[in-house]
Design a protein around this ligand. Structure first.
Ligand SMILES: [Zn+2]
Ligand SMILES: [Zn+2]
Length: 96
């Protein structure tokens, strides 16, 4: 069981990243330094067991060299936060 502060840091950095990404055009086309920085910050808050995030869409691992987007989707118990490759997102435009 993770402590509350660690979960909170994970949430906050995810939403920071998502907020930037949704307003940033370069993030959706190429590497954006700001977006990449927020992704790295977020990855630092992941517990070791989650350090190998996978894409929601393919689902292959997300490599550091690949363009990744934070995505939110509605599940049975509310919103889930996750990630997807940009190339996969363009095929599934409904994921926001
Ligand atoms: Zn950006
Ligand atoms: Zn993918």
């Amino acid at each position: 069981m993770r402590c509350y502060a660690a979960r909170l840091a994970w949430y906050i950095t995810w939403y920071d990243w998502h907020r930037h990404f949704s307003a940033c055009t370069p993030c959706k086309q190429q590497t954006c330094l700001v977006g990449h920085g927020r992704r790295l910050l977020h990855e630092q808050t992941m517990p070791p067991i989650d350090r190998k995030p996978v894409c929601l869409s393919c689902p292959a691992p997300l490599l550091a060299t690949e363009l990744v987007a934070p995505v939110r989707w509605e599940g049975t118990d509310g919103f889930n936060l996750g990630y997807a490759h940009l190339r996969c997102l363009s095929r599934r435009a409904s994921v926001t």
